[in-house]
Design a protein around this ligand. Structure first.
Ligand code: AQP
Length: 327
């Protein structure tokens, strides 16, 4: 069975996009191979963040992982910063990725677009280098991510090809896996933009009360067409709500279109809100139980122990390949 790796950066409160595009898939794949799920706290430092916020968000993600049904016996849950090999490997791998390719990364362009050049941190630019290190450390072939992270995984693949061409079969080739439905959940207020934890407009937060979630869905932007139809170009708002409904209920777009044929957007939105709240109500209750249980510390330390074992081996292999060894 192939190893599986993914992560979430603790830059803000998790959104329904993170839940559908990432966490739900993690729960599925944990039975299919040894799974490494890290909380990307080093990546979170690439944009300004308060220390207590970073710390609290990191532990919160671990609690949400557990609440979603991730089993620490199957999935190793850990903080990226608890495994020093991530940083050490990134220092080596940065020599095999180039400025041109890093400057073409969409995430870098989006996040730096409104910043003055003097204020753009090197870490933000070099983000994909650290991410490539994250990916290759666990010899993972399978990388379940939302659509926005595919470009970074592709760059990691280029790096592996380049590195192995030069040094032999040292690194395992990873591959991004995206969900068939729900790989890109859009903002409810601007459905042409991705729902993003660092951009509060149009977000549904997992922390939101169910009533707030209901209100947000009821006031989601739709259109003047007046028909529930999957057409992301002409009806992005309705299509986004259909995606949310489909990925949580398992109904196909065809089934949803038939169910709401001749009905108004009010009925449709109420049904979407029901599906979302039915899914999140037990999840939120489990999250509260996890917080009360005090399990998070133990899970993180057990996960880091196993992650360090594997990561150290890969780091040694890379160091040896490039000539960094004493005997
Ligand atoms: N809107 C989304 N739809 C589907 N999947 C999504 N993901 C994020 N937003 C959506 C997936 O969640 C995982 C964790 O993401 P991340 O924390 O590593 O960073 P991100 O992709 O940049 O997510 P955010 O929420 O937009 O974070 P910020 O605002 O900090 O940049 C990834 O698998 C991602 O694809």
């Amino acid at each position: 069975m192939d190893n599986i790796l993914s992560g979430i950066k603790p830059t803000g409160q998790l959104t329904l996009g993170n839940y559908i595009g990432a966490i739900k898939n993690f729960v599925k794949v944990q039975n299919e191979g040894e799974t490494f799920l890290f909380i990307a706290d080093l990546h979170a430092l690439t944009l300004p963040i308060e220390p207590n916020v970073l710390h609290d968000n990191s532990r919160d993600i671990a609690a949400y992982y557990l609440a979603a049904g991730l089993d620490p016996k199957k999935a190793n849950i850990f903080l990226q910063s608890d495994v020093p090999a991530h940083s050490e490997l990134a220092i080596i791998l940065q020599n095999y990725l180039y400025m041109g390719e890093l400057s073409r990364m969409t995430q870098f362009k989006d996040k730096s677009a409104k910043m003055k050049e003097e204020a753009i941190g090197l870490g933000l630019f070099a983000y994909p280098v650290l991410m490539a290190a994250d990916i290759v450390l666990y010899d993972s072939k399978r990388i379940p991510v939302g659509e926005d992270q595919v470009q970074h995984v592709e760059l990691a693949r280029d790096l592996v090809k380049r590195f192995n061409n030069r040094y032999g079969d040292v690194l395992v080739m990873p591959k991004a896996e995206i969900a068939k439905v729900g790989a890109r959940i859009m903002s409810l207020s601007d459905p042409t933009k991705k729902m993003s934890k660092s951009d509060p407009k149009g977000d549904i937060y997992l922390k939101d009360d169910l009533e707030v979630i209901r209100k947000k869905i009821m006031s989601a932007v739709t259109d003047m067409v007046g028909k529930v139809k999957y057409d992301p170009v002409n009806q992005p708002g309705v299509s986004n709500l259909m995606t949310i409904m489909s990925s949580l209920s398992g109904k196909s777009f065809d089934e949803i279109e038939k169910e709401f044929d001749g009905k108004g957007y009010g009925d449709f939105k109420r049904a979407v809100a029901d599906v979302v709240c039915n899914e999140l109500a037990p999840f939120k209750a489990r999250y509260e139980e996890v917080i009360k249980s005090g399990l998070v510390d133990e899970v993180l330390s057990r996960g880091a122990k196993r992650a360090n074992e594997i990561a150290e081996k890969t780091l040694k292999r890379v160091q040896k390949a490039v000539g960094l060894y004493s005997k």
